[in-house]
Ligand binder design. Structure first.
Ligand code: 5GP
Ligand code: ZN
Length: 120
């Protein structure tokens, strides 16, 4: 872990640091969003904090502003993607049963097609 709270062996830290290419759609001091490499819907973006947090289970009260920015980014990107009217889903998976495959907190922003509930 570096002073900036990034893990050198973490793919999403490396994307946030621009050491690994990704289709980045928005970036701020604290939050980056990029297109998922294996999209599950016409819009499938990943919104991540630049800081390495393993999952939503690690979030603390001090990260309240960060969470607010992530949700605001989601709403802004949904509009930019033209799915604000049709609707969208913001999902974060925690642990094996939920199917978390990357241990860096990320929110999937999905939209552009009807989605079922509950998810599989
Ligand atoms: P999880 O299964 O942990 O909830 O979601 C991880 C997501 O990250 C998956 O949807 C997967 O397609 C995406 N992903 C994994 N590695 C990369 C990568 O190197 N680049 C991009 N753009 N997406 C990735
Ligand atoms: Zn990381």
């Amino acid at each position: 872990m570096t002073e900036l709270g990034q893990a050198s062996d973490c793919i999403f830290c490396r994307i946030a640091a621009k050491q690994v290419p990704a289709d980045i759609v928005s970036s701020s001091d604290a939050v980056v969003a990029f297109r998922d490499a294996n999209p599950q819907a016409p819009t499938h973006l990943l919104i991540i904090p630049k800081e390495h947090l393993e999952s939503a289970a690690q979030l603390q009260e001090v990260q309240g502003d960060l969470l607010a920015e992530i949700f605001q980014t989601a709403a802004h990107l949904a509009k930019a993607e033209g799915i604000d009217g049709s609707g969208w889903r913001l999902v974060t998976n925690v642990g094996p049963d939920a199917g978390q495959s990357v241990s860096h907190l990320h929110f999937h922003l999905l939209g552009g097609r009807p989605m079922r509930w509950p998810p599989g």
